[in-house]
Design a protein around this ligand. Structure first.
Ligand code: FAD
Length: 305
């Protein structure tokens, strides 16, 4: 039986594990893929104190740091269900069939960007197709980009990028933008933004090396159009990895785990951290701070129970 079991091996889970292990408590990490989203990241330039690094390099450093301590890392293991027994001990069922028991749990299963699923998207991911304006916006300084998605995150991204890049084309699938009125007002006040509604992106175009444009269908006329671009920011939703927790603990309407300011969820002894939670702004430094916080929250809980 563990004192603290961390589910997820991204930046939030790794930070939680290091903080817990340093308290001398029996700590385990279950991860479907140790490293999480960071493994899929080419260049990272906003991990403070490290000017520039690559995702896989940062993951190696994370793993080495966790392995400095006596932490039981169970990689390539997927958690499928969580329940509390009559004594308040958490039971985590894994896809392998095994069940792990722990006095406290930190869920740090992260999130994934919803993809457009059009030809060229996967091929040019990290070579012009981007999902995070905070991360990759500066790479397109002085260039033309598109934002796909007219909800709050798409419109925020377009406003943000308009301050950095030469020109932004925002494509919305529906007849109207879905972002808050105040964001729309701001967007329409910007001279270097064009909004195209009823636009269904059909293909990411490239020159074999990087993105050169995109193709969309005007859903009203059925006509196909091409826009020349250097970058495409896909902003059609971030999906938290909480399918396995539905009905178990409190989730927001977007499926994110609701936490208080110590990372405590609606279940006693169960904490959560990082992109999987309602904590705003999904970033590596934020996820790490959040993992550390939830770990200290869990340790405090253990001291009192
Ligand atoms: P994740 O990194 O998503 O890790 C989740 C972990 O949980 C993984 O180990 C996963 O395998 C595991 N898991 C999921 N479900 C289960 C389950 N059921 N059972 C067991 N394990 C499970 N942020 C920046 O700050 N700077 C950047 O430059 C940057 N660039 C990015 C580029 C890309 C392409 C992407 C996708 C993201 C980028 N981000 C960047 C965002 C950053 O990667 C995330 O904010 C951060 O990784 C979140 O950490 P996390 O630990 O909460 O979740």
């Amino acid at each position: 039986q563990f004192d603290l079991l961390v589910i997820g091996g991204g930046p939030a889970g790794a930070a939680a594990a290091v903080y817990a292990a340093r308290k001398g408590i029996r700590t385990g990490v279950v991860a479907e893929r140790f490293g999480g989203q960071v493994l899929d990241t080419m260049s990272i330039e906003n991990f403070i104190s490290v000017q520039e690094t690559e995702g896989p390099k940062l993951v190696t450093a994370l793993e080495q740091h966790v392995k400095q301590y006596d932490v039981d890392i169970m990689n390539l293991q997927r958690a499928e269900a969580l329940s509390l027994d009559e004594n308040g001990i958490s039971q985590i069922r894994l896809a392998s069939g095994a069940t792990l028991k722990s006095k406290s749990v930190i869920i740090a299963t992260g999130a994934r960007w919803r993809e457009m699923n059009v030809p060229g998207e996967k091929e040019y991911r990290g070579r012009g197709v981007a999902y995070c304006p905070h991360c990759d916006g500066p790479l397109f300084k002085g260039k033309r980009v598109a934002v796909v998605g007219g909800g709050n995150s798409g419109v925020e991204a377009a406003i943000d990028l308009a301050g950095i890049v030469e020109h932004v084309t925002l494509l919305e699938f529906g007849a109207e933008l879905r972002a808050d009125a105040v964001l729309q007002k701001k967007l329409y006040s910007l001279p270097n933004v064009v909004v195209i509604k009823q636009a269904q992106t059909t293909e990411v175009l490239g020159d074999g090396q990087k993105v050169s444009g995109l193709q969309y269908t005007d859903r009203q006329s059925g006509e196909s159009h091409q826009v020349d671009l250097a970058g495409i920011f896909v902003q059609i939703g971030l999906l938290p990895n909480t399918d396995w927790l539905k009905g178990t603990l409190g989730l927001s309407k977007h499926g994110e785990i609701e936490v208080d300011n110590r990372g405590q969820t609606s279940l006693p002894g169960v904490f959560a951290a990082g992109d999987v939670t309602t904590v705003p702004f999904k970033q590596i430094v934020i996820a790490m701070g959040d993992g550390a916080k939830a770990s200290l929250g869990a340790f405090d809980h253990l001291m009192r129970s």
